[in-house]
Design a protein around this ligand. Structure first.
Ligand code: NI
Length: 132
């Protein structure tokens, strides 16, 4: 397997401003202010604490990619994102290893338009892969 490094933990939230304040109460600091992702119809911001990066993701409209997930999970972590410096190889290896891509690699506005793809496996749930 290519070298995968944990980039962030994705965390679904219903109200991004209130969630951010609450994470700041816990000692997180905002690394990147809220950015609207027009493709996925979500607001996204990044916070960091103790070397961990958390991505707050909040649906903005009923056709948001996470509109269904937030009904199921409410406010909760829902994916771990892994960074790779060899995106194509890592994607092929993950697919060969039993992960199924659930979308196609797409630029992520909240991440400098780096390519990301989401994958899932029955044994581990959803992950995200980001091009380093
Ligand atoms: Ni993410």
């Amino acid at each position: 397997m290519s070298n995968l490094k944990i980039h962030h933990i994705g965390y679904l939230v219903k109200k991004i401003d209130r969630a951010r304040q609450t994470f700041e109460t816990l000692g997180y600091r905002t690394e990147q202010d809220t950015v609207y992702d027009d493709t996925r119809k979500v607001d996204i911001c990044f916070l960091v604490k103790d070397g961990y990066r958390v991505e707050l993701v909040s649906p903005v409209s009923p056709d948001s990619v996470v509109a269904g997930l937030i009904k199921k999970y409410k406010n909760a972590p829902y994916h771990i994102c892994y960074e790779t410096d060899d995106f194509e190889t890592a994607l092929a290896e993950l697919t060969a290893g039993g992960f199924l891509a659930i979308d196609t690699p797409t630029p992520a506005p909240a991440l400098g338009n780096r390519r990301v793809v989401f994958l899932t496996s029955a044994a581990s749930g959803m992950i995200e892969l980001i091009d380093g």
